[in-house]
Design a protein around this ligand. Structure first.
Ligand SMILES: *[C@@H]1O[C@H](CO)[C@@H](O)[C@H](O)[C@H]1NC(C)=O
Ligand SMILES: *[C@@H]1O[C@H](CO)[C@@H](O)[C@H](O)[C@H]1NC(C)=O
Ligand SMILES: *[C@@H]1O[C@H](CO)[C@@H](O)[C@H](O)[C@H]1NC(C)=O
Ligand SMILES: *[C@@H]1O[C@H](CO)[C@@H](O)[C@H](O)[C@H]1NC(C)=O
Ligand SMILES: *[C@@H]1O[C@H](CO)[C@@H](O)[C@H](O)[C@H]1NC(C)=O
Ligand SMILES: *[C@@H]1O[C@H](CO)[C@@H](O)[C@H](O)[C@H]1NC(C)=O
Length: 394
């Protein structure tokens, strides 16, 4: 009897894969066979830990301790029985060759969770350099052959903080169908010349908060697709990159409205654009409203303030037909700094569906280049001017 008990105790002490810490049960991936040797794929270990943590009736933590790990494509499925935390303290690297993703559109795909937290100061390095050289999105119009680093699908009441995403192969983060998700101290890094490496792309989600973060990448820092509602970006530095944008909208039928976007207290440095709303000409009908950009610093930024309802990259559209996306209740306030293009403010609204309720003021953007004086261009909108304007409005 005593002997049996001791054996059981020994077993419990030595081999149990989880332990309690505070209110949370901890599942350490090393206990599931993960090795920080940079060459053993930890996806099976991580998925095993996930399965047990997700089944735990009390809050649980999956721990990726310090060390460098290799991780292939993984898909985490919820819902889970209790709040779950992914504590990443190590560096996690993806295989450099996209062929190893076997057509998977995501590196880490996280589906259907409530009260999920990802934190720990860890780094996710997708090693995108090799993939960028294979990128043919511009040529084919499709990027389906490359994985996005993080796909958050149908996640509610969740927090992603103190995590860094490095060198994604395609987008860093895609947020779809989420409600109340916060990104804080979430850093994104990729070189200026990396193709289609959008920072955080949001679609069909309500309540997305991006705060106290740095995003420097090869495409948009943050972009809003259709159905984005109540999105706030504050205290974010963006650059390099293509800026923060709404759209492009209107390209596809049955797009959902974009309502409620606030970009405040942000700094853009050496980006191709600043704050931008883009819709396709000859488009499907759509609505984007309550879009506000305030307290923003521009350092050597192209097109710092831009509404472009004739957005038509690679001439994939008929520019003679107006955009049918209606923009309303838009404001640009207290935006200062330097423009790298002479047209510092351009508000090109649709001739068929003019913008309504657009307010602008306290703009002070200077241009030091050789292509003439700094200018503002405005079409198909009656503006409410609420403060000083440099450049002056036409
Ligand atoms: C997330 O919230 C939506 C809307 O309230 C709900 O339909 C869905 O079931 C929730 N998902 C989870 C995983 O809790
Ligand atoms: C949003 O999610 C956070 C994190 O779970 C939670 O603390 C907060 O109460 C949620 N907000 C709402 C309005 O549900
Ligand atoms: C994010 O970037 C900022 C600015 O570069 C830096 O101060 C901060 O330490 C970084 N945070 C993390 C979690 O890496
Ligand atoms: C802005 O974010 C940075 C981290 O990127 C943080 O160190 C700083 O305290 C934040 N500022 C405010 C006013 O919250
Ligand atoms: C903007 O930043 C300042 C400090 O730099 C802070 O006091 C203020 O609350 C911030 N505003 C918003 C809307 O985050
Ligand atoms: C304009 O947007 C603000 C902020 O989102 C909102 O409070 C207000 O109700 C909107 N006004 C109109 C006329 O829709």
């Amino acid at each position: 009897m005593g002997f049996k008990l001791n054996i059981t105790l020994l077993f419990v002490l030595l081999f149990r894969a989880s332990y309690a810490e505070g209110q949370s049960t901890v599942f350490d991936v090393k206990k599931y066979g993960a090795r920080p040797d940079e060459k053993t794929d930890i996806s099976q270990a991580l998925l095993s830990a996930w399965k047990e943590a997700c089944n735990s009736p009390t809050p649980s933590t999956i721990l990726i301790p310090a060390g460098i790990y290799l991780l292939g494509a993984v898909k985490f499925e919820g819902p889970c029985k209790a709040p779950l935390k992914l504590q990443v303290e190590g560096t996690v690297k993806a295989p450099a060759d996209p062929a190893q993703f076997k057509g998977s559109d995501g590196w880490l795909t996280i589906n259907r969770l409530n009260q999920f937290t990802m934190t720990g100061g860890g780094l996710f390095d997708a090693q995108g350099k090799f993939a960028w050289s294979k990128n043919d999105c511009a040529k084919t119009g499709k990027c389906s052959s490359l994985p996005t680093s993080f796909r958050f699908n149908f996640i509610n009441n969740s927090i992603i903080s103190d995590i860094t995403s490095l060198d994604s192969k395609l987008f860093h983060v895609n947020v779809l169908g989420c409600n109340n998700i916060t990104f804080q101290h979430f850093n994104i890094t990729a070189p200026d010349e990396s193709l289609n490496t959008d920072g955080i792309h949001i679609g069909r989600s309500n309540g997305v908060y991006i705060i106290d973060s740095h995003i420097g990448t090869g495409d948009d820092c943050v972009s809003l697709g259709d159905g984005s509602k109540q999105v706030k970006v504050s205290n974010v530095t963006c650059g390099p990159g293509h800026g923060i944008s709404v759209g492009s909208l209107g390209r596809y039928p049955k797009e959902e409205d974009v309502i409620g976007f606030r970009v405040v207290n942000c700094t853009f440095t050496n980006t191709m654009n600043g704050v931008r709303i883009k819709t396709w000409p000859a488009s499907y009908a759509g609505v984007a409203s309550d879009l506000h950009f305030e307290d923003i610093i521009m350092n050597n930024v192209g097109n710092p303030v831009l509404i472009d309802q004739e957005y038509c990259p690679y001439n994939q559209c008929t520019k003679s037909q107006p955009s049918r996306v209606k923009l309303s209740n838009v404001s640009f306030k207290n935006i200062r700094g330097t423009s790298s293009t002479p047209i510092a403010v351009k508000l090109a609204c649709s001739s068929g569906f003019p913008c309504e309720g657009v307010e602008i003021g306290d703009i002070n953007l200077v241009y030091h280049g050789t292509q003439g004086p700094v200018k503002a261009e405005v079409s198909n909108v009656k503006l409410k001017v609420s403060g000083k304007m440099i450049p002056a409005l036409p």
